[in-house]
Design a protein around this ligand. Structure first.
Ligand code: ADP
Ligand code: MG
Length: 527
């Protein structure tokens, strides 16, 4: 990819031309006791992709919301193209050429793409434009920037990636020169994310300025020209991307050294602990999502299942965990064939030594209305250590959870807080602590670090490896290919409900894995 590492070299001469597209000076913003932005300075050069990284809660979204007029700063100055401006709502921002691509799309589901793009483009000459003119303008933008999407399709019929294109088109249609994207790839497949980056590169090359918020350091390294790091409400550094590294950025984000690669020894696999034989599983609608899959996991190894979300991973995990009855085939856990399903099946498997960290912690792993300590024993409350049966020993349960709060760095450190009030990453740690501290023989874990901060990711990865080294059999499902590659001892690739390949993480090539995940090898083989 062509990179503009020294943007000044590319810009026309002259005072106005050399002013930054955006300059923030000493911005402060508090929400009650929370000081979300503290004396923030930021300068974004024109015609660049500027990354902003930081852990959850660092204040990134707040800062951007101030820039596009959703919040007003308590103090500080905003300069656009060298001029001090006041931005008190999104139409102020738009009239200054600032457009926002929201993390949660703000499109009207039962309107068409065209209607959504035109909708709300009020207060300007756009109102008078005929719809057919708008249509051709939309089509031109879509063509120029590789944002193909049919103008007459209803939003509800589009994939998430396509909806995001509509958000970008909407901003461009309104004449945005400066585009803010807040965590745009969280919802995208790897292929969609690649496409988005090509679009952003095109926009940048056309002279537009892009501000990209992401916590994925690989994306920062791949696409940005400069990167700013926020930590606990402060701006701690801005550096040219060519002069930094993922390790250096991680350290700035967290405030201490973070090991991004998992440090682990060769696996020493023992007996088979989990076996799946010709397993076929349907989803709730009766559609077959897992198609005759067979594999096994031995004690002391981590088997990773790589795949783009929605290729049967969820149904596979649920069937193995005893929560979903398979259509055909067998699951054998610790030598015991799973025959009971649903709640009873899951409970029986826990007794047989299987722990399960579900992919969807909100739907399956937690009751968000419960206090945190209650979730920390959920599913295990009948065990003698908690008093057993009816006489729950609340004191013992809470004390145990306090230990885990310290060990897993669960924040805030309050066992009585309602689970809904923890961030996603901390909720994930509550579930992980519960399942991993049971000392199970087999751990099946889906998306272990989704929504989790980079420092905690290191901890979680190390815990998983520790369990492996203690002789546990671990099945890992993740849509993060990096995570699969760095943790797994063997990789299985799932596509359209089938295991389409097996790879050795030491020698597997990322491109090749990507093709397998996209089903390309499979199709070629069939031809
Ligand atoms: P980031 O985008 O880096 O994850 P945010 O800007 O969303 O961080 O949040 C920064 C801090 O401000 C967090 O502690 C968050 O809980 C708090 N915060 C953000 N928005 C609000 C709000 N509307 N009301 C109260 N607190 C908020
Ligand atoms: Mg945010």
């Amino acid at each position: 990819m062509e990179r503009v590492n020294h943007p000044d070299a590319q810009r026309p001469q002259g005072a106005a031309a050399s002013a930054p597209a955006i300059e923030l000076r000493a911005i402060n913003k508090s929400f009650g006791p929370v000081h979300a932005n503290r004396d923030i300075d930021l300068s974004v050069q024109k015609g660049t992709v500027h990354g902003i990284v930081g852990e959850n809660g660092a204040g990134k979204s707040t800062l951007m919301s101030i820039l596009y007029g959703f919040y007003t700063a308590d103090s500080g100055d905003i300069l656009v193209n060298g001029k001090t401006v006041s931005i008190s709502n999104s139409s102020d921002a738009l009239s200054l050429g600032i457009g926002m691509v929201h993390q949660h799309f703000m499109l009207v589901d039962n309107f068409t793409v065209l209607e959504n793009v035109v909708l709300g483009a009020e207060g300007s000459a756009l109102l008078g434009r005929s719809l057919s003119k708008a249509r051709s303008e939309l089509q031109r933008l879509a063509r120029d920037y590789g944002l193909e999407v049919s103008p007459d399709t209803l939003i509800e019929d589009l994939s998430v990636g396509q909806q995001q294109r509509v958000e970008i088109l909407k901003a461009l249609y309104r004449g945005a020169d400066i585009l803010i994207l807040d965590e745009p790839t969280g919802v995208l497949t790897p292929a969609e994310a690649d496409h988005l980056f090509r679009v952003l590169a095109t926009l940048r090359n056309e002279g537009k300025t892009i501000i990209l918020i992401t916590h994925k350091l690989r994306e920062i390294m791949a696409i940005t020209d400069a990167v700013s790091v926020m930590r606990q409400g402060r701006m701690v550094a801005t550096v040219p991307t060519s002069e930094t590294s993922p390790e250096a950025l991680a350290e700035l984000m967290v405030g201490r050294r973070v090991l991004l690669r998992v440090d682990k020894d060769e696996a020493r696999p023992g007996d088979v602990k989990l076996a799946v034989e010709n397993l076929t599983v349907a989803d709730d609608a009766g559609v077959i999502r897992v198609k005759g899959v067979s594999f096994s996991v031995r004690a002391g190894e981590i088997v990773g299942i790589a795949g783009v979300a929605g290729n049967g991973q969820s149904e596979l995990l649920e069937a193995i965990a005893g929560m979903r009855r398979p259509v055909a085939g067998r699951v054998i856990v610790n030598g015991h064939e799973v025959t009971t399903h649903g709640e009873a099946g899951a409970a029986e498997l826990r007794q047989k030594g299987l722990a399960h960290v579900p992919e969807d912690r909100l739907r399956m792993g937690l009751v968000t209305n419960f206090e945190a300590w209650e979730n920390s024993i959920l599913g295990y409350q009948d065990e003698p250590r908690y008093g057993g049966g009816l006489a729950l020993d609340i004191g013992a349960s809470r004390r145990e959870f306090e230990g885990r709060i310290a060990q897993y760095d669960i924040r805030p450190a309050n066992p009585r807080l309602k689970t809904a009030n923890f961030s996603g990453g901390n909720q994930q740690k509550i579930v992980l602590a519960r399942e991993m501290e049971r000392d199970p023989d087999i751990l099946i874990v889906g998306q272990p670090t989704r929504g989790v901060d980079i420092g905690a990711i290191e901890f979680i990865h190390n815990q998983i490896v520790k369990m492996r080294d203690a002789g546990k059999a671990i099945l890992l499902v993740s849509v993060e290919l990096d995570e699969i590659r760095s943790l797994s001892d063997r990789i299985l690739v799932i596509f359209d409900g089938e295991i389409v390949g097996e790879a050795d993480p030491a020698s597997a090539d990322e491109g090749e894995l990507g093709l397998l995940m996209a089903g390309v090898h499979n199709k070629e083989a069939a031809q």
